[in-house]
Design a protein around this ligand. Structure first.
Ligand code: HEM
Length: 83
């Protein structure tokens, strides 16, 4: 679900207004799921670990940095939308 959402965010980069609304409601829904701010780093580390395991050598340092940046940007935007 996170990977799909990141894909949608990337494909919506040329329509930032619509993207902002979607990120805002995604952040609000995560509050109702019981997600706490401290869960964001735990989940991010697990996501990167899982990608590393499944992609192997294709998960180059550049790819890793790009995933960390994408996850970080989206989770910060989600959190900002709810505070
Ligand atoms: C960049 C960060 C994240 C993104 C883009 C993301 C994206 C999504 C999406 C697209 C869904 C599908 C449901 C919906 O659209 O509301 C979802 C559900 C969910 N997410 Fe996230 N998520 C993120 C971070 C997290 C974190 C940190 C947690 C907690 C560890 C979390 C827990 C959940 C839970 C519990 C659900 C509901 C699952 C279900 O009931 O089927 N998410 N997330």
């Amino acid at each position: 679900m996170v990977i799909t959402a990141i894909g949608l965010a990337v494909s919506g980069l040329d329509k930032p207004e619509g993207l902002q609304d979607q990120v805002k409601s995604l952040g609000t829904r995560h509050i109702t799921y019981g997600v706490q701010p401290r869960d964001v780093n735990t989940f991010g580390a697990a996501l990167i670990w899982a990608l590393e395991q499944s992609l192997g050598p294709a998960f180059t340092p550049e790819v890793k940095d790009a995933w960390i940046a994408a996850y970080g940007a989206l989770s910060v935007a989600m959190r900002r939308a709810t505070t």
